[in-house]
Design a binder for this molecule. Sequence first.
Ligand code: SAM
Length: 469
Amino acid sequence: MSEPSRLDDAGRFFDAYADQWDAFYQPENRARAFDYLRREETALEMLDAALPKNARVLEMGCGAGHCALQVAERGHDVECLDVSAEMIAATKRRFEAAGREVTTYVGTLLDLPSDEQYDAIYALGVIDYVPNIRDTFNKARRLLRPGGCLLISYTNDDTVFRKVEMPLKRAAALGMYVATRNKKYRDVALESSTSHSPEEAIDHFRRAGFSVVDERFFSYGIRMGDKWFPPFEVVEDADEKFAERGLSDWGRGFLVLGKKYEAVPSRVRSMHASDIRRVVPLHLATFAGSMGAELGPTYARGFLWWFTQEKDAAAFVYDDGGEVLGYVFGCFLDAQVGMNKTVGPFAAVGLLQNPGLMLRKTFRAELKRRVKLLRGGGEHPSKQDVELPGPVFSLVGIGTSPAARGKGVATALVRRFIDEGRARGAGSIRLSVYRDNDAARHVYERAGFEAYDHPTNPDVLYYAKVLGT
Ligand SMILES: C[S@@+](CC[C@H](N)C(=O)[O-])C[C@H]1O[C@@H](n2cnc3c(N)ncnc32)[C@H](O)[C@@H]1O
């Protein structure tokens, strides 16, 4: 078994291995499939503990369908997805032989429609081949029902095995390639699948809005002909002992189970594109006098729209029986430059609609600063945050309507924003406020934010809240 030369070549690569993959799981080959069986057994234990009865489950990268069939035999409704059409064919044959039906898809998670439909999604031995991990995790969140589970196996980057094994494997493959000129050896020597540390894996989950609820390490052993060393039982025993001591660099692989963040029922909900028209007047009133508000409603619409669409951003409204009483929005600091680029054309329209703005010195200065930022110059917004734990989730704007007074709307919005940052794995939340805005400062301080000076503007204060794990 070698690995794909390019990560995005996985489908073509695995097509060629479908028969072999199927054979791995036949009883007579149990010794050869030792590592896959260990992984699968651990995954099934975790799924058993997490799944409701008759759950709807999707396996991503199902291979020859061995695990999926066992999930189906537990009474769940399983669907199988794989980039390799040959692997899907092998899965269908396995289900057919067992007298079961199965729904299959050839492609990636990104090809599926985004409805919240599954109770669980799992992938074993797949993430190492996925080039666009963040998009894949975000898509998994969209495909899962609230409270749904995502189970992913990883190859452990922290282990000594990996550090020793990979260079040896590559050197051996290079030798084989020189001797045989067989392309398959060249592929392994040049590039192979990736591996991740447990911290990186947890970051994938948190950033996409999952809380990590279970994490288990498993090791493989070394194959010697048809035998494994050390034997299966010894490895299993050792895994447990090492895990009990928190030694995460032991297992060659590990599984992480995350739960999709379930929002507490509240009047605060996500801002949809259809809310923007109602939010814009509120936004223009709240930020009256700022550069954004001066550019007028076209710019404000484009600006707010970005926060409803961008995966690194979040926007919420306080919806009181159909009436929008407030809104809040923000994004990870490192996404802000991308935001400026996208909303640039809306700003240009705003300028054409309000050409008199260019006569104002303060406006011209702010515009110059932003253009400089876009060109990669000036102070990047995240630069000022060296002392804050990252990634920093920045609350960019918040506003409430006069009808909201005394209803705790701002507090509910700020709390929701903090929860979102926590669910996405932010290290801290930051915002800025005018020093003389006592009402807003009171809300932030009650929510646990601490003030510090803005580096350049004495009228403005920064507030930050560090999020615990
Ligand atoms: C190492 S095999 C593991 C198969 C199976 N999960 C198992 O444990 O036996 C990896 C599988 O993932 C599939 N795969 C790779 N990248 C994928 C992607 N982005 N989306 C879906 N499947 C993918 C491959 O075609 C292959 O069948």
